[in-house]
Design a protein around this ligand. Structure first.
Ligand code: PPS
Length: 314
């Protein structure tokens, strides 16, 4: 790893946080995670009951739209795009309601009872693997957008987020966390299992796969593609508005989107949620050995996967 880079980026946190608000928060928690079907979920937002309910009882509607991601893959970006597409480019909702309320996570304690009362079409977020998703999804016509990001960048983003957010264990070191990520021993489970679970059900549901990298390279083309999938006929001006208002710069300044409403005790403001928003930051952090180990693990884990990604070969 480029140690200097990491120290520079984490320096601000460490200087400002001895003892940190996160430490204060952790001291109040007996357990950080609830284990559900072998996967750790932060106990502050999930419990067994809501995860069971999501899988077995939640009733998906045919006109629901699902925003599915492994964490740190572009979840809130897609929340913004979906919000703006559904308001035909109008920014009022995106600028007045927090994103977690506009496109809520189905599997969180707050999701239960709340989504059921929403009028259609509902916009729903989930970090769940396909085997933990609502069973009713598989007999519905609901539209599912799976946003996938180079797992190397997912890892780096999750590493910094885990220093920032109170409800995830702070990594012992970059390398320790790196090993855990490759083994899938992190919150929400293995990146590899997650993508493979959704690829495995692609013929059973109405799903489109969208990469974070394509959204970076061609934001307009990506929004147009998403509109086509959603059968939303937006005019040029509305599409421009979706693209502009879901840009990193605009979202970073929008307090309804940038997570600055989360109390300081929960999210360290020195490591903002909207951190860099780029592709390829992993190159600033991985050592030669880590590059090789990641590559070998990736190749082995993904050897039977048909879909090709731009990051398959470096
Ligand atoms: S979470 O916690 O799972 O909901 O996080 P998630 O939203 O999936 O991922 C956070 C990363 O996405 C980046 N982000 C963006 N990048 C580019 N453009 C836009 N509009 C955008 N919105 C969010 C955010 O900065 C996090 O990535 P990193 O690499 O940490 O910057």
């Amino acid at each position: 790893m480029e140690e200097t880079q990491e120290i520079l980026e984490l320096g601000a946190i460490q200087e400002s946080s001895t003892p940190s608000k996160k430490d204060d928060f952790l001291a109040t928690m007996s357990d950080l995670y609830v284990k559900f079907k072998g996967i750790d979920f932060p106990v502050i937002v999930h419990d067994n009951e809501c995860l069971e309910y999501t899988a077995n009882e939640f009733q998906v509607r045919d006109d629901d739209v699902f925003n599915v991601t492994y964490p740190k893959s572009g979840t809130i970006w897609m929340q913004e795009i979906l919000t703006l597409i559904h308001s035909n480019g109008d920014t009022e909702v995106a600028q007045s309601i927090p994103n977690w309320d506009r496109v809520p996570w189905i599997e969180q304690k707050t999701g239960r009872g709340h989504l059921e009362k929403r009028p259609s079409p509902r916009l729903i977020t989930t970090h769940l693997s396909a085997h933990l998703a609502p069973k009713s999804l598989f007999s519905s016509k609901a539209k599912v957008i799976y946003t996938v990001r180079n797992p190397r960048d997912v890892f780096v983003s999750l590493y910094f987020f885990s220093h920032s957010i109170s409800f995830i264990e702070t990594p012992k070191s970059f390398d320790d966390f790196f090993q855990k990520f490759l083994k899938g021993d992190v919150v929400y489970g293995s990146w590899f299992d997650h993508i493979k679970s959704w690829l495995g059900v692609k013929s059973k549901i109405n799903i489109m796969f969208q990469t974070f990298e394509d959204m970076k390279k061609d934001p307009r083309g990506s929004v147009v593609k998403i509109c086509q999938f959603l059968e939303k006929d937006l005019d040029e001006k509305a599409i421009d508005s979706v693209v502009q208002n879901s840009s990193f710069k605009t979202m970073k300044e929008n307090k309804m989107s940038n997570w600055s409403l989360v109390p300081e005790q929960m999210l360290n403001p020195n490591i903002p949620f909207m951190r860099k928003g780029v592709s390829g930051d992993w190159r600033n952090h991985f050592s030669k050995e880590q590059i090789e180990l990641f590559d070998a693990t990736y190749k082995e884990q993904m050897k039977d996967v048909d879909m090709k990604f731009s990051w398959d070969s470096l």
